[in-house]
Ligand binder design. Structure first.
Ligand SMILES: [Zn+2]
Ligand SMILES: [Zn+2]
Length: 592
């Protein structure tokens, strides 16, 4: 059993066979409809398959239903997947005759790289394809009601931009029509929840080509939320004994030589700057400067644990094609921290980090996530540091996860080269796993920076170093947060908490009085004094996903009341302003 998905290997390989077999059906349908098309490759992927083609005349999205219809016809013909083994020579001859140059190229590569003498060819009706298999017995095993072609895209032959651009057709296939329907609904939801779309509609963030790709700008609404989060995080950490530092965005080259980043991480770093004959780099991580702060004075076991937090902004190179909204960016701010502790303190420190995760995720409204414990494998050459110390630390981590009774799974071989780690994995709107927080041990930096403390007996000892980021980065967190809540954030994290809507200008002065009272209580409030009708104003503000609308007119002004309309429950009737303030303050109290 795969602990992560709870699915057996066998069912996974069955699904893969189904997906891959359907790709052959797609290729056959294409050749029936567009006989001169050249076929390239068609693997199984998550939920479905794709196939790459070179068309004589380009096709468009509107052609997909027609192709899908033809696929269904092929499925209903219940054609057998017939396997035959033939010599490389015969295969080359066959695909040359069929005028399929991509297959010819693949066969030549197989011969060159894998030294094969024979290849397998599968025949589906009159369509012959070079393939390893396995396939379903016949096309009738595919549920014609459970396939759908989803997308067209360009893709270079063999992923190399020097090669020809082919047309890739994506499709999905499931065992049942209901499963297909569920998947398509998820895609529809994901589209609605897309953080780039909502980021624009709710004016949370923007990316300007003039400022730079992968360098998002936090707009007033988004930044308000970020500032609330920052304040909250710092306060929460302080209550757990953290102190906070802030280190510069550029650091000297020598620092990254000491840390090893220049040796092992340079691909993710930007070109250096020269200032007064010294070389500087934009920091890709906050750790090296953090190590310097630990090292600046002698530390005794009595000073430990030292917990040093930093809202540190780092810059890492990402290829332009990989950049995606707030999800993949080139500059971002981590809610970072380094914990320096003795071996005796390690368990307690891990315990507290898990506690922090639990508090934080609950308060931002995340309820479904798992902890992934990444461990070393048998290949000792992959890791730095003493094996026994690793094993010991891994056991401590496992013990802590068990003690906290949290949902976790182990992944041997997934540890970083410098230490084991615990990542928090949540499922995003596309049904895929995303890391939303991390907690790692480092056996490398304490060695490289020659860190120590003086123990009870007066001798020098190396401290354990934990890197921990509760919110991996504010940017990634925010992408996930927007999609998870579909923009309807918990009230304490809403940029605007209350919108006051006077039914006419006559009540503007009462609206202002209400706004003033709310502001005095630190509630984020605005007045909608636009000339629109009341109905239109309600709809507009509902779309902005503001938690509360307070409608004020004659009756409310007379009685010091407000008519409350909530985002989730609609009209709640009129209540005394003082009562509303008490209620909203009670909701916000634990976050202030
Ligand atoms: Zn195949
Ligand atoms: Zn670090």
């Amino acid at each position: 059993m795969n602990q992560k998905t709870g699915k057996t290997k066998k069912s996974e390989s069955n699904r893969e066979t189904l997906r891959h077999s359907t790709a052959h059906v797609l290729a056959k349908a294409i050749l029936e409809l567009f006989p001169k098309t050249k076929v390239a490759i068609g693997p199984a992927i998550d939920h479905g398959f794709y196939y790459d083609f070179e068309f004589v005349k380009p096709i468009a999205q509107k052609d997909l239903p027609k192709i899908e219809k033809r696929m269904k016809k092929i499925i209903n013909q219940n054609l057998k997947f017939k396997k035959k083994q033939i010599s490389v020579q015969a295969a080359l001859k066959l695909f040359k005759k069929l005028n399929q140059p991509y297959k010819v190229e693949l066969i030549k590569e197989l011969k060159r790289h894998e030294k094969v003498e024979k290849v397998t060819v599968y025949q589906l009706g009159d369509f012959q394809d070079l393939c390893r298999g396995p396939h379903l017995e016949s096309t009738g095993k595919i549920n014609a009601q459970a396939i759908k072609l989803t997308e067209l895209a360009g893709a270079y032959w063999q992923g190399d931009e020097k090669n020809k651009m082919l047309t890739r057709i994506y499709g999905v296939v499931f065992a049942t029509k209901a499963a297909l329907k569920k998947h398509l609904e998820m895609l529809e939801q994901a589209k609605k929840r897309n953080h780039r779309k909502l980021g624009k509609e709710l004016e949370l963030f923007a990316i300007f080509p003039e400022i730079g790709q992968g360098l998002p700008v936090w707009l007033p609404n988004g930044y308000t939320i970020r500032r609330v989060l920052e304040d909250y995080m710092l306060k929460l950490e302080k209550s757990y004994g953290y102190e906070h530092i802030l280190t510069p965005v550029i650091n000297r080259k020598e620092l990254f030589e000491t840390s090893g980043h220049l040796e092992f991480y340079q691909d993710s770093m930007y070109t250096p700057l020269e200032i007064d004959r010294q070389t500087f780099y934009l920091k890709p991580m906050n750790c090296p400067a953090g190590m310097m702060v630990y090292k600046m004075k002698p530390r005794s076991y009595k000073d430990l644990p030292v917990k040093m937090g930093e809202l540190g902004t780092v810059y890492r190179y990402e290829q332009s094609g990989e950049l995606h909204g707030l999800q993949r960016v080139r500059g971002f701010t981590q809610n970072d921290a380094h914990i320096f502790c003795t071996p005796e303190q390690l368990e307690q420190e891990f315990m507290e980090v898990i506690e922090l995760f639990e508090i934080f995720f609950k308060n931002v409204g995340f309820h479904e996530y798992k902890y992934r414990l990444s461990l070393r494998d048998e290949d000792s050459s992959k890791y730095v540091g003493d094996k026994d110390r690793w094993e010991w630390a891994q056991n401590v981590m496992r013990k802590v996860l068990k003690k906290n009774k949290v949902d976790f799974y182990e992944e041997p071989g997934e540890a970083a080269f410098y230490g084991p780690k615990i990542d928090v994995q949540a499922v995003n709107v596309f049904g895929k796993e995303d890391s939303i927080g991390t907690n790692q041990i480092d056996f490398n930096l304490p060695e490289r920076f020659n860190l120590h403390y003086i123990d009870e007996t007066g001798s020098k000892k190396q401290p354990f170093v934990i890197h921990r980021a509760l919110i991996g980065s504010f940017e990634r967190f925010f992408a996930f947060f927007i999609e998870h809540h579909a923009g309807a954030f918990p009230i304490w994290l809403s940029a605007l908490q209350v919108m006051i809507i006077p039914v006419s200008d006559k009540y503007l002065s009462y609206a202002q009085k209400v706004a003033k009272k709310l502001k005095q209580e630190d509630i984020r409030v605005k007045i909608d004094s636009s000339a629109e009708s009341l109905g239109k104003k309600i709809r507009t503000n509902q779309k902005q996903k503001i938690p509360y609308m307070l409608i004020v007119g004659d009756k409310e002004a007379d009685q010091e009341k407000v008519a409350v309309r909530t985002r989730d429950q609609g009209d709640m009737g009129a209540i005394k302003l003082a009562k509303f303030i008490r209620e909203i303050k009670a909701k916000l109290a634990k976050f202030q």
